[in-house]
Each structure stands twice: as structure tokens, then as C-alpha cells.
Design a protein around this ligand. Sequence first.
Ligand SMILES: [Zn+2]
Length: 101
Amino acid sequence: MKIKKGDTVLIISGKDRGRKGVILQVFPKEAKVVVEGINLRKKHRKPRKTGEKGQIITLPASIPASNVKLVCPKCGKPNRAGYKIIEKKKYRICKKCGEEI
Ligand SMILES: [Zn+2]
């Protein structure tokens, strides 16, 4: 996967299309990502102690990695990142500006 935790991405399909968020988690096996503030789902949290109220919390649910595009921190343009290999080291690069990201 070309996307890493902490990357800023643009949502390109689904109900949150056009929004941006930061990657909180990646699941390379399932090709899914969790993006901050995107695809929020309500979860009920049961009271753990007596006298405590149950809570409803909203958490972002995972979305397919193909629904997001990496936003280049250098030029700010969404793009599918590429890789280049220099002296056997792999670098992720922006396809728009060519900078290492
Ligand atoms: Zn760029």
C-alpha cells in the first residue's frame, strides 16, 4: 500500500467524496484505511460501572483504500503516489511534483 498512517488523503468516492482527512489506520491485507472524521459510525458503549450512563460514541469506520487519493504535502495536489528506487532504497514520490513524500 502506498498510503501510510498520518498521510492526508482526499476522499474520491462514497458519501464523503471531496473531503480530506488524516489516515488513522491502515489495513494492508484488506486494502482498507480509517480516515479521521470520515465514514463515522455510532457505537453504543455500555456502562462499565453502576450509576454510569451508557454512551454513544462516533468512530470512523474503515473504507476501501481505493476510495482515497494521497494529498501531496509538498504541492497539495491529490495524486496516486509512485515509487523510485535510489541506491536500493525505496522512496515514495509525488507523481505531480516529483518530490519525495
Ligand atoms: Zn507533489
